[in-house]
Design a protein around this ligand. Structure first.
Ligand code: NG6
Ligand code: CA
Length: 514
């Protein structure tokens, strides 16, 4: 049963967008309620069942509080079951599979989103916001020649709509193991330049393959190249010794950078794209969270993630911004236990079901690949905890924020975004008619609000072939599921419901050739 939050602004009930724009916020910051500050907490590999509000066994009281006082979505989707395409779509309003080369990006790839492309931060800049990205990027840096780690790293976030950027350039498990602030590697000594290769060994640093005795966390598949901070990575890196990160400090560093950005004097509202490293591999929590749970490192980084959310909320409260800041908490793709390091995630999972009863996981065309936790917290407008069952895609944030701010956007490029603002704040339960999910290798699945789901036939393997043990959902022929009657996608209805199958095949092709 879906309940809806009561919508009220500044003590005045407002029911229409036009009225909404004219209601005063009543917060200490003199910003109209139609322009709340926005923090988009974009977590990494957090599954539908990883948060305790969604049934997880690892305590996440700070995230649960967002759900208790906000809107908890049950049918919200990342656009892809891996990171790079999900982030691409989130920021551009276009499904990533529309062009090649937007799969999981190597750490030395050039910028996938180039200046001139419409983006969510550009829409918000146009709406009068100051904008920042803090955390994981994984969308490439630099022009066609690739990133210049020792020079100016552009184009990057600053060229596509962010006023400030502090990022892990790719992922925590990929070199170079350094932070980038705006255009520069942080703390780089110019006499010790960085060299990166994804093809051959560079420099003298030991590797996880040759020197496993130097590791504090052993690799299980991949991840056996250059060792930094006792963890071997994907890719080889030389130089940059003074700039190397310590994985244990990621969470605190990002909270500190967010604090600086939020605290800056400004008469503009802010948009903070806060993209955590948690809970991606390598799962190396800060010492104070190590051993926090009986679930091993994966449990510890979930607790650390919850701490991060608590710190952000405390920050908002301390600045008097908690009422009129719209906080979105979600994830870039579904869960994985063994993603390349021996951290006992599987052995210690116990009764914790990271996929929350869904089938598959990260990389998968089954539901756990892309159906993710999605919570919206905005006390000025959303007064009570409620659940939102409408079909919603992260690709819709661009169109929704453009609509509520009454700014235009390039709809020829941001082709897949829709205005779902009223769904986002719980004013409507009529979400999308349908959406497209992208699994590993750009294989697609098509989900409709009526619960039917099509996974077109493809030649991919049935199990992700490198040791994660995740089912891809792929089969040689088209599969049709009814998610309402069969949420675990067990019964293929393609033979018994040929009319629905045909209808959905046609609809998906229609979307693909748009
Ligand atoms: C895979 C990595 C995995 C992870 C993933 C990207 C191997 C064997 N596996 O190729 O560990 O890094 O890429 O994850 O190297 S994502 O969440 O950023 O998409
Ligand atoms: Ca991810």
């Amino acid at each position: 049963m879906i309940q809806f939050a009561k919508i009220g602004l500044g003590g005045v009930a407002c029911f229409a967008l036009s009225i909404l724009a004219s209601c005063s916020s009543g917060t200490s910051q003199q910003i109209p309620a139609s322009k709340p500050n926005i923090i988009l907490i974009y977590t990494d590999d957090v599954g539908y069942g990883d948060i305790s509000a969604y049934g997880g066994k690892i305590p996440t009281p700070n995230i649960d509080k967002l759900a208790q006082n906000g809107l908890m979505f049950t049918n919200a989707y990342a656009t892809a079951a891996t990171c790079t395409p999900s982030r691409y779509s989130l920021l551009t309003g276009e499904y990533a599979w529309r062009a090649k080369g937007r799969g999981v990006a190597p750490g030395d790839t050039s910028a996938l989103i180039r200046p001139g492309v419409e983006t969510l931060p550009l829409v918000l800049q146009r709406s009068g916001y100051r904008t920042a990205v803090v955390g994981k990027w994984h969308l490439g840096l630099g022009g066609d020649e690739g990133p210049d780690w020792n020079g100016d790293l552009k184009p990057g976030p600053l060229e596509i709509g962010f006023d400030y950027s502090f990022i892990i350039p790719a992922t925590g498990d990929r070199v170079p193991a350094v932070f980038v602030e705006n255009h520069r590697v942080v703390g780089l000594d110019p006499t010790d330049p960085i060299a990166v290769s994804y093809r051959k060994k560079v420099g003298e640093r030991p590797t996880g393959k040759e020197n496993p005795e130097q590791l504090k966390m052993m690799w299980s598949h991949g991840h056996d190249q250059t060792i930094v901070n006792g963890v071997s990575r994907i890719g080889y890196m030389a130089g940059g010794e003074a700039a190397l990160w310590r994985d244990e400090d990621f969470a605190q560093t990002f909270v500190d950078k967010a604090t600086d950005f939020v605290s800056a004097e400004s008469d503009k509202p802010f948009f903070l794209y806060f993209s955590t490293h948690d809970i991606h591999v390598p799962r190396v929590a800060h010492e104070r969270f190590q051993g926090a749970t009986e679930f091993g490192p994966r449990g510890d980084v979930i607790v650390q993630l919850d701490w991060t959310v608590g710190e952000l909320m405390k920050l908002l409260q301390s600045k008097g911004l908690d009422q009129n800041t719209l906080v979105i908490f979600t994830s870039d793709n579904g869960p994985v236990l063994d993603d390349g390091y021996v951290d006992q995630a599987k052995e210690l999972a116990g009764a914790h079901d990271a996929a929350g009863g869904l089938r598959g996981g990260k990389y998968s065309g089954f539901e756990a690949g892309t159906r993710v936790p999605f919570i919206v917290h905005w006390p000025s407008a959303i007064r009570e905890g409620a659940s939102q069952g409408a079909l919603f895609s992260q690709v819709d944030l661009l169109g929704s924020f453009a609509a509520v701010n009454q700014v235009s956007y390039d709809s020829a490029q941001a082709i897949d975004t829709q205005n779902q603002w009223e769904v986002l704040i719980g004013k409507s339960e009529k979400g999308r008619y349908s959406l497209v999910q992208e699994a590993w290798y750009s294989n697609l699945a098509y989900v409709r609000a009526d619960g039917y789901k099509l996974i077109p036939g493809n030649e991919g393997p049935q199990i992700v072939p490198w040791g994660t043990e995740i089912e891809t959902g792929f089969a040689k022929t088209d599969q049709l599921f009814d998610l309402t009657a069969d949420p675990h996608e067990e019964t293929d209805l393609s033979a018994t419901k040929p009319e629905i199958l045909k209808e959905m095949q046609d609809e998906l092709i229609g979307i693909m050739i748009q």
